[in-house]
Write a protein that binds this ligand. Structure first.
Ligand code: GDP
Length: 365
């Protein structure tokens, strides 16, 4: 399962947000098909109204959503890369996640101390990036040291790798996170991601943590939005405190509290969906009387590989996929009816699964 690490300076609301996530995960525990979860990990349902709508229309006896994992990464402080606070340890945890949610404090509260003395979310984001950059520089420099000699002696492979390393070092020395670098050659980005596991190449989602009044926006949020725009990164505005409150009250009362703030759904839902999109994930469905279920694949996945998510036999013996997209489906309201009307397409092995596809795989083994 792909995972998102929650990072941020102390006292910005990370734990509050993470607790809201795990509380809502607990409430969904019945749905969760796996068992033990580590304390700093929370696995939550990806909220998707389409799933429940399909299940209702198909009169499914069981509904199974898809999940995403969040990891609470505590301990990031200024100079952590130099050993401050929990030091280097947390950086190793960031290495293991697929994307980063950077929680930025966008609320004022004299009772909550800010480690930097003032509220300034953009500065905070830059401090975090600085730590990640320092760690990446260390990674790159170590590797350079290791292969430099071989490259100098004429080893072709080492030479090629050294070139990539020098390219990356140059970016990092300019205090630029690798993900922000424009026109990064594909082979260097692949190398940074898959061989070096650099931290600053991971996609980032900015979480502007506001107080209740800030839900309609405030100047801190405006600054975060402007800042995120430079790199085309998404921003989610959330009031972690309100989210924590929401998960602590009965389901029936939540709607009322939400509408008191002019919200249609918990900010957590948006956060989870944005995280999912950040990871380049899409959802397809299988549907029937027995079960309607959501499945996750990376954008661009072809039908046989999507089938393989369900069962390896489905991929091996793949013949074709019967497909109708959710948008078309809801106009008809029944798969069998859509079939009668000839609206279910038959797709072959080169078909790329689209978000919202309802699929029935034909296979033989
Ligand atoms: P962490 O150190 O980043 O994990 O921060 P915490 O989640 O422990 O939050 C630090 C303090 O800020 C706690 O006292 C929270 O109750 C408070 N806090 C978190 N979110 C909000 C918010 O949206 N508004 C206000 N006023 N306080 C908040």
């Amino acid at each position: 399962m792909l995972s998102i690490g929650i990072v941020g300076l102390p006292n910005v609301g990370k734990s509050t947000l993470f607790n809201a996530i795990t509380e809502s995960a607990k409430a969904q525990a019945g749905n969760y098909p796996f068992c033990t979860i580590e304390p700093n990990m929370g696995v939550v349902e990806v909220p998707d109204k389409r799933l429940y709508r399909i299940a209702e229309l198909e009169k499914s006896r069981k509904v199974t959503p898809t999940f995403i994992e969040f990891v609470d990464i505590a301990g990031l402080v200024r100079n952590a890369s130099k050993g401050e606070g929990l030091g280097n340890q947390f950086l190793a945890h960031i290495r293991e996640v697929d994307a980063i949610a950077m929680v930025l404090r966008c609320f004022e509260d004299p009772d909550v101390v800010h480690v930097e003395g003032t509220v300034d979310p953009v500065r905070d984001a830059q401090i975090i990036d600085l730590e990640l950059i320092a760690k990446d520089l260390e990674t790159v420099s170590k590797r350079i040291e290791k292969i430099e000699k071989m490259a100098r002696l004429g080893d072709k492979k080492a030479k090629e790798e050294l070139e990539k390393l020098l390219y990356l070092r140059n970016i990092l020395e300019n205090i630029e996170p690798v993900r922000k670098h424009k026109e990064l050659p594909v082979e260097i980005s692949e190398y940074a991601r898959k061989t070096l596991f650099l931290l600053t190449i991971k996609p980032v989602l900015y979480v502007a943590n506001v107080d209740e009044e800030g839900l309609l926006g405030n100047s801190y949020v405006d600054n975060v939005i402007k800042y995120a725009k430079q790199e085309g990164a998404p921003v989610v505005v959330i009031c972690a405190k309100l989210e924590a409150e929401l998960v602590s009250i009965p389901q029936e009362e939540r709607k009322e509290l939400l509408s008191a703030y002019g919200l249609e759904e918990p900010g957590l839902n948006k956060f989870v969906r944005e995280g999912y999109a950040l990871l380049n994930l899409i959802t397809f469905f299988t549907a029937g009387e027995k079960e309607t279920r959501a499945w996750t694949v990376i954008k661009g996945t072809k039908a046989p590989q999507a089938a393989g998510k369900i069962h390896s036999d489905f991929e091996k013996g793949f013949i074709a996929a019967e497909v109708i997209n959710y948008e078309d489906y809801t106009k008809i309201g029944s798969i069998s009816k859509a079939k009668e009307l000839g609206l279910v397409r038959l797709e072959g092995k080169d078909y790329e699964i689209k978000d919202g596809d309802i699929v029935y795989f034909r296979f033989n083994v």
